[in-house]
Design a protein around this ligand. Structure first.
Ligand code: SF4
Ligand code: FES
Length: 367
């Protein structure tokens, strides 16, 4: 099978982060700072990405601005002809760093918010004063002339504030607003019983988003991501396993998606000893769920198999114990009942904030 080059590289520069969001999709066992790739490793990876045909690099984490060499990486990627995006909480963005990023050629910054209001946002993120810093960061980004995307992750505790979130994004002169329900991986899955919104909340959020889209017309784009648990069909996770993206963990593992290491029995190549071109075209890990040959029934004969690629492998694993099952987010999946069981779980207010040390409690498959 000929493999076209990946479109994007997701560079998870570090798992360090000043915030402690309980919906974080990072793995429960976070990479320690001592394991992080060096600046030189990352610059070589960026060169390899450009040579392979990658178009975009997304600097992510954790908090990518916790790396003081972020500006050097942006400059290097820019010189290599890559489109550069930073996905950040914004709390470490100072005027000096904004100027340096601007000079380095950054193309886009996506800024996350925990809520519409400082007290609630700071409480959830576990960082006092964080919301005010994000407001300042948004102004710095817009004043530098860059496009701004604001990202709001929606869960039971903030779903009733979506109207105010959209108003905040308008005040901040955002060009794009992401209203994305929690994706239940990592810490989000661990905290699912506290985060999953009710059907009524979801319907209200959807109606608010639709009304805002109609009102804002072409002025501001709103991207909306619903929770898989209420969906009829799954998302094409990562645009299909091994088809669009390479995700590099802070310690250098090359992964088809950010949660791939949860799948036991697979080994993932490291960029420390394998080139991006070699691991993209030659590794078993990227080939394992690529295309349609691996698919079980009903995906294998389904008319959507090359649209959603059978959904998400990591979600299938988390909910059924087998990464090769049809994603239960699909109403046609044999394991669909686990979604209804999860929705029916008693809600709890007990939240475990993200932290570098892995918790002793781990999510277990529903089946
Ligand atoms: Fe997608 Fe498989 Fe469901 Fe068809 S059966 S819609 S391919 S997940
Ligand atoms: Fe791993 Fe979806 S997060 S395939």
């Amino acid at each position: 099978m000929t493999v076209p080059p990946p479109m994007g590289l997701i560079a998870e520069l570090t798992h360090r982060c000043p915030l402690q969001c309980a919906y974080c999709s990072n793995p429960l066992a976070l990479d320690p700072p001592t394991s992080e790739l060096s600046t030189g490793d990352w610059l070589r990876v960026l060169d390899e990405a450009a040579a392979l045909g990658v178009l975009q690099v997304h600097f992510s984490g954790g908090e990518p601005m916790a790396r003081p060499d972020l500006e050097a990486m942006v400059a290097h990627a820019h010189r290599a002809g890559l489109y550069t995006n930073i996905i950040t909480s914004g709390v470490l963005l100072t005027p000096a760093r904004m100027a340096a990023l601007d000079a380095a050629g950054i193309d886009h910054i996506q800024l996350s918010f925990q809520d519409s209001d400082a007290a609630r946002a700071d409480g959830f993120g576990g960082y006092r004063g964080g919301h005010a810093k994000k407001l300042a960061a948004a102004a710095l980004i817009r004043d530098s002339g860059l496009p701004l995307t604001t990202n709001f992750v929606i869960h039971r505790g903030n779903a009733d504030h979506v109207e105010a979130m959209i108003a905040l994004a308008e005040d901040l002169r955002a060009e794009r607003i992401e209203i994305a329900h929690v994706q239940y991986y990592g810490w989000g899955l661990l905290n699912r019983a506290a985060l999953l919104p009710s059907r009524a909340q979801l319907d209200r959020v959807t109606a608010i988003v639709e009304a805002a889209r109609a009102r804002l017309g072409g002025r501001i784009t709103i991207d909306y991501v619903v929770p898989d648990y209420y969906a009829e069909r799954p998302k094409a996770c990562m645009g299909g396993w091994g088809q669009r993206f390479i995700n590099i963990s802070p310690s250098g593992k090359a992964l088809p998606c950010h949660a791939a290491e949860t799948i036991g029995g697979m080994s993932f190549p490291s960029v420390r000893d394998t080139s991006l071109a070699a691991l993209w075209t030659g590794s078993e890990a990227f080939a394992r769920f690529r295309g349609t040959d691996w698919m079980p029934a009903p995906c294998r004969s389904c008319d959507r198999r090359e649209i959603d690629w059978g959904g998400c492998r990591c979600q299938a694993l988390a909910l059924t114990g087998d990464a090769a099952r049809t994603d239960p987010a699909c109403a046609r999946a044999p394991d669909r009942a686990v979604m209804a069981e999860a929705i029916g779980e008693p809600a709890t207010s007990r939240i475990l904030p993200r932290r570098l040390r892995a918790p002793s409690v781990r999510p277990s498959p529903v089946l």
